[in-house]
Design a protein around this ligand. Structure first.
Ligand code: GLU
Length: 556
């Protein structure tokens, strides 16, 4: 008779260590009570998704605020889907958002006593645990070929039964140890499956930190835990790693809720205490075509990848701050009260998380982004723009380099003052806003019809511009400058006093707002522009005159 032990030895002849050895190698962590150990466990299959940044930001926060540990584990057991270099890339991007691990996978190296932190380097650990399950009769080799499994699926579909390898359909479960031994000796290919004791008709109670307690059908599938390539599947690796890395709180996307029964059963079979689970809501958006809510899609939505925000010149912190408003309903009020500062002191709580998919709201992100960018002084904002442009936006970089002081003056318009203007949310579109200061941008504006108010005839415009050219000086003092403009206006029949104008508009050509708009459109090509007095000051008298001449000749 072949015992379980003999079968396990046949499959893993070189595995001599035991689960008890692993317990010793990875002892419980010595942390203050209440400290939470969290992890971000990306698969190296592509770019950092906005949803993954959301998850890892919460992992970081939960660990920090409880004086625990946040680590990164690379889940690379699905070798077919792996994209070379994406692990390093993920880390780099997390670092940009200041979501840094205390230990774990660090790209070319790793840090911490609970490693290796890359799953493909942990094969020996998984084998020890699988051997143990085989010895206990809680796992078995399965020799079914993919054709046989396909047939099984078709049959189940025909009979309208749950698909999968379970109960009566789990053929290899019923092989005797002798048969299994023989097949392995004969070199038949196999995987190893976990032997489930569950019944899909019964329910178990599970607790989730976001959703609270709920019932879910028991697992009855004999899932594969060890593939023919010698690596485990996600479910099994999760249990082993989170146990031996001493994770207290598994924070992951809600797509894993459905797998919870498998994980609960695995932990129970291994005799381990399961970690706490928090399944986070997915981030949604309103589909532009259908008007319906849907998940952010890697394929369709640029905002699904965090690289979009980096490359478009958002301050990383503005995205983090915005994501925290999705994470906790009380955060927005908190950060408003704290004047957009000291986010580290905010206490995150799973209770305040909405478990329905949160809508990604670009408008709100932009609001936070503007509030943050307004805090920087002239030199800081210039430096931020410059370092962004150097890496991601050559056109802006060249513009800055052409005259850094000029660019700094432009960025400083209405900035270093009591009520600064909140013009910028990101650096990616700065040139759309201030491009007219530069020849190329100005010429581009002149290509479009200038948006002058239709109540003015060309002659009125030419008359106003000619007078301004003759008499208006540049001045840093806005009051003096405006008084000069008023005087010019009065001499042409523009009302200097708005009350008088309103009482009797017919008596005037227009008001001062009209006159200023004529000048604004002439100098900038647009109706909305920064402070006109400063625009004129920065352009200088000569350039102001050149632009007035250019527009006059366009009008004639
Ligand atoms: N590697 C899994 C994923 O990328 C991780 C899930 C988890 O955090 O446990 O979806």
């Amino acid at each position: 008779m072949v015992t379980n032990k003999q079968l396990a030895d046949l499959i893993f002849p070189n595995v001599t260590e035991t689960v008890a050895d692993l317990e010793k190698r990875y002892p419980p962590r010595d942390l203050p009570s209440g400290a939470e150990v969290t992890r971000f466990a990306p698969s190296p299959t592509g770019f950092l998704h906005t949803g993954s940044l959301f998850t890892s930001m919460i992992c970081r926060k939960v660990a920090s605020q409880s004086k625990g540990v946040f680590y990164i584990r690379l889940e690379d057991t699905d070798t077919k889907r792996e994209i070379a270099g994406s692990g390093e890339q993920l880390l780099k991007q997390l670092n940009i958002f200041d979501v840094n691990p205390d230990e774990g996978y660090l790209g070319n190296s790793e840090k911490g006593n609970y490693g290796p932190y890359v799953q493909s380097k942990r094969a020996d650990i998984y084998c020890i645990v699988i051997k143990h399950l085989l010895e206990e009769g809680k796992a078995y080799p399965c020799f079914c070929t993919s054709e046989q499994l396909e047939e099984l699926r078709a049959e189940q579909e025909k009979q309208k039964l749950n698909p999968g390898y379970y109960g009566e359909f789990a053929k290899c479960r019923n092989l005797t140890n002798e048969e299994k031994y023989e097949k392995i000796k004969n070199g038949e290919k196999f995987v190893i499956r976990f032997k489930s004791n569950g019944n899909h008709e019964s329910k178990i109670k599970v607790t989730d930190l976001v959703r609270g307690e709920f019932e879910i059908a028991e697992n009855d599938q004999d899932i594969v835990i060890y593939k023919s390539d010698g690596l485990p599947t996600y479910h099994f690796a999760h249990a082993v790693d989170d146990h031996f890395m001493r994770t207290t709180t598994v924070i992951r996307g809600e797509e894993w809720v459905a797998s919870l029964p498998i994980h609960v059963e695995l932990f129970a079979a291994l005799g381990w205490k399961a970690p706490h689970y928090a399944h986070l809501p997915v981030i949604m958006k309103i589909d532009e075509e259908t008007g319906n809510k849907r998940k952010l899609s890697k394929r369709k939505d640029q905002e699904a990848a965090v690289s979009y925000f980096i490359e478009d010149g958002y301050l990383p912190k503005s995205l983090i701050m915005y994501l925290m408003t999705i994470a906790n309903s009380n955060f927005e009020e908190w950060i408003l009260n704290n004047k957009f500062e000291g986010m580290e002191d905010f206490v995150f709580s799973f209770n305040k998380m909405n478990n329905e998919g949160a809508l990604f709201d670009m408008g709100k992100l932009n609001f936070f982004a503007r509030e943050l960018l307004v805090k920087y002084n002239k030199e800081e904002i210039t430096q931020l723009a410059e370092s962004y442009a150097k890496e991601y936006n050559q056109k802006l970089y060249k513009t800055i380099q052409s005259n850094r002081a000029y660019f700094a003056d432009i960025m400083n318009i209405d900035r270093e003052k009591a009520n600064p203007r909140k013009d910028y949310e990101k650096f990616g579109n700065v040139l759309d806003i201030i491009g007219f200061f530069y020849e190329e941008g100005y010429q581009k504006a002149l290509q479009e019809p200038l948006p002058f108010n239709e109540k003015f005839a060309k002659e009125d415009l030419v008359e106003a511009l000619t007078a301004i050219k003759e008499k208006l000086q540049v001045n840093q003092d806005e009051q003096i400058w405006f008084n000069d403009l008023k005087e010019i206006g009065a001499s042409l029949g523009y009302a200097a006093n708005n009350k008088e104008y309103k009482a009797n508009p017919e008596a005037f050509k227009g008001n001062m707002g009209d006159l200023a708009e004529i000048l604004r459109i002439t100098l900038t090509g647009r109706k909305n522009a920064p402070n006109l007095c400063t625009v004129m000051y920065l352009l200088g008298l000569e350039e102001t005159h050149r632009r007035i001449d250019a527009v006059i000749s366009l009008l004639k």
